[in-house]
Design a protein around this ligand. Structure first.
Ligand code: SAJ
Length: 416
């Protein structure tokens, strides 16, 4: 069994920071590294620079007892974890430049027996590429991955809002460059993971992670396509789905205004990029989900046409319920397009934020509370099923034209 006393985590975002904190709580001496000095300073004051349930309390403890320290440059350690972003560039090509920069930055610190783990979501082959980058910087290590040093891909799979629970409870896929690499990485994660740590090779681990999010994307696309079909045939899609789901082997997901966030709407493109001719269903699912916001906009504009100087209120801007994260949000995209195309008054209700994002400031849109929107608007557009929106009384809704993309005001929605 391997022994790990110290750990260096690169990238202190919503995966790296909780991971660093959980290892520190388990007794390792952890150095957290981030290029963002402001994030480093906030973390060293015992606080989180991101919003995640219970993270502040945990950080407070591990920073004050000296188990976790953040800095802007890497340091020697028994193991390294890389958890930096992998966005896509023009043409949906994955951008692994942050992984490359992080890998090159730790290469000079690698000692005999070290383990380097990649947690970032990457296209197939990226972990092999890491080995090449390491050995380019360190020719003395050439051909020794699996003996003198070890590399593995252990993709993160935690849900924002439940990160500290899922980090510990979920099973982990441990993809080694060699079997010895996988064994070593398994020993690292077994320090705190209560789920199973299942070993495989790095390439399978890479595609398994992408497949998880593509599976969800394809299933949401199925629900979104059904919502278009049901609209065309004048059938209530939510009733339709709840009836179909009474079959013991059917479990259709929920339609919505589109798919947001930084994972499910991105990762399937990595599969399409790796096997463009074969990944036909996965590509189509992306296109179906990406086109959903346009359908919603068209529906709102058609409803607005029936009014002189229509007053429209969009309920929700976040990418999913009960969070404040507006990045890659279909609700934001829809509201922003309406701000350009609607003649009349446009209001947005988003109880989880204090002010509109910069991209919306100075445009034809006001951030208002629920009461104002209900008092003023003719058309209510439900984009995110935040808890408070479920409590709006039916008699108020009955007076309005409703466009409900989430099915929480069912029975009242406009047929268009
Ligand atoms: N959505 C629907 N209908 C549904 C379910 C979701 O329209 O029935 C929409 C949501 O509104 C949202 C989007 O899909 O816009 C994604 O939300 P989500 O809650 O399904 O997932 P994420 O993006 O927050 O996190 C996902 C998770 N992956 C899976 O569930 C397979 C998480 O476990 C991953 O760790 C994360 O991606 C990631 O980092 O890859």
């Amino acid at each position: 069994m391997s022994h790990f006393n110290s750990l260096c985590v690169l990238g202190l975002g919503y995966i790296g920071l909780p991971t660093a904190a959980v290892f520190a709580r388990a007794g390792l001496k952890v150095t957290g590294v981030d290029v963002n000095q402001r994030a480093v300073d906030i973390i060293n004051s015992g606080k989180a620079h991101i919003v995640e349930v219970d993270l502040d309390g945990l950080l407070q403890g591990v920073v004050s007892n000296g188990s976790l320290r953040a800095q802007t440059t890497p340091a020697e350690a028994d193991a390294f974890i890389i958890a930096v972003p992998t966005p896509f560039t023009e043409g949906y090509k994955p951008d692994v430049s942050y992984v490359e920069a992080a890998t090159r930055s730790i290469a000079p610190f690698i000692r005999d027996g070290n383990l380097i783990v990649l947690e970032s979501t990457v296209p197939p082959g990226a972990t092999d590429q890491m080995v090449a980058w390491i050995e380019e910087v360190r020719p003395d290590l050439k051909g020794t991955c699996g003996t003198r040093y070890h590399v593995a891909h252990c993709p993160e799979r935690v849900l924002p809002g439940r990160v500290l629970i899922e980090l510990v409870e979920n099973d982990r896929i441990i993809g080694g460059i060699t079997d010895a690499c996988a064994l070593k990485a398994q020993a690292l994660y077994e320090i705190f993971v209560k789920g199973s740590c299942v070993r495989t090779n790095a390439r399978t681990a890479e595609l398994a992670k992408l497949s998880e999010n593509a599976f969800r994307d394809v299933n949401i696309a199925f629900a979104n396509e059904l919502s278009l079909i049901a609209d065309r045939l004048d059938i209530d899609v939510w009733e339709l789905i709840s009836l179909a789901n009474r079959h013991p082997r059917v479990n259709i997901l929920q339609p919505g205004p589109g798919v947001g966030g930084h994972c499910i709407a991105v990762d399937p493109w990595f599969i399409v990029g790796a096997a463009p001719e074969e990944a036909r269903l996965i590509r189509t699912a992306r296109e179906v989900n990406d086109s959903k916001p346009h359908t919603v906009v068209a529906k709102v504009l058609a409803a607005a046409d029936r009014f002189k100087g229509p007053k429209v209120a969009c309920f929700g801007l976040a990418f999913k319920p009960d969070i404040d994260d507006l990045r890659s949000s279909p609700a934001l995209e829809i509201t922003s397009t309406l701000a350009d195309r609607l003649s009349g008054r446009l209001m947005a209700v988003e109880p989880n934020i204090e002010e509109l994002p910069e991209s919306m400031v100075g445009r034809n849109i006001d951030l208002v509370d629920t009461e104002t929107a209900l008092a003023e608007a003719d058309i209510l557009v439900l984009l995110v099923d935040h808890k408070p929106f479920k409590q709006i009384p039916a008699d108020i809704l009955a007076e309005k034209v409703l466009i409900d993309t989430r099915g929480i005001w069912r029975g009242q929605a406009v047929k268009s």
